[in-house]
Design a protein around this ligand. Structure first.
Ligand SMILES: *Cc1c(COP(=O)(O)O)cnc(C)c1O
Length: 225
């Protein structure tokens, strides 16, 4: 077995029923194929250009997830095939995804990204903004999107209790929205995407059902300019 297949098998053991998105950003096709040939079909990328290039080159039964900040003018390149957009961080973006979904005759599955970390640079909606979007008639009118849940990135810190607290709060909010009497029809809280290489064991303990793991599967990334 390749190192990649072995890493993935180990994480699958730990993850139980939790879905693993193998985050392949910056990694070559051969690394993705090593995971794919071991039976894994769910991959995530954070840049539109890299995502479309890999989608075109690699097997068509791969489910491609978009994880990174998405600019509105690039939605059109992925709306026809993307399996899940994790990083919806504004209502304007949701409207554009709806428009492009309609053009492609499909309803695009999305997660709302919630800002749970204390770092200012990270993207995401506040809890109040998410609650507003999930109960508004304006969102309900968007027929070519389906909000499947929430995504959060914890603070990048060694303080595991801090990370645990952020995940715990997101899970409690997720549960409260799931049972909200005014939750709109094109939203249901099925997916809670939280946890990456450094913190997925904590995320799983706190109720995540989808983890996004890159370096623990494929090894450290090297970025080139
Ligand atoms: C890169 C990335 C990941 C995976 O990061 P690792 O630490 O390598 O597991 C997860 N989520 C998002 C949004 C990312 O951009």
């Amino acid at each position: 077995m390749s190192d990649i297949a072995k890493n993935l098998a180990d994480i699958k053991q730990e993850a139980g029923d939790c879905i693993i998105v193998a985050v392949s950003k910056t990694k070559p096709h051969e690394d993705i194929l090593a995971a794919y040939e071991s039976g894994h079909t769910v991959f995530g990328e954070n840049k539109v250009q890299e995502l479309t290039e890999k989608y075109e080159a690699l097997p068509k039964d791969i489910e491609w997830h978009m994880l990174g900040h998405l600019q509105r003018n690039k939605v059109k390149y992925i709306a026809g095939f993307v399996a899940l957009i994790h990083s919806v961080d504004s209502f304007k973006l949701l409207k554009e995804i709806n428009k492009q979904g309609k053009k492609n005759n499909r309803s695009v599955p999305c997660l709302l990204q919630v800002h749970i970390a204390d770092e200012e640079s990270k993207f995401g909606l506040s809890y109040d903004e998410v609650a507003e979007i999930l109960t508004s008639e304006e969102t309900q009118a968007l027929e070519s999107i389906h909000i499947k849940g929430l995504m959060g990135l914890a603070t990048n810190t060694d303080d595991s209790e801090k990370v645990r607290g952020e995940f715990k709060q997101l899970k409690a909010f997720f549960d409260s929205q799931k049972h909200h009497p005014e939750l709109i029809e094109n939203a249901d809280m099925e997916i809670l995407s939280m946890g990456m290489s450094g913190d997925y064991p904590i995320a799983i303990e706190e109720g995540s059902n989808m983890i996004r793991v890159g370096s623990k599967i494929f090894g450290a990334r090297t970025y080139q300019n």
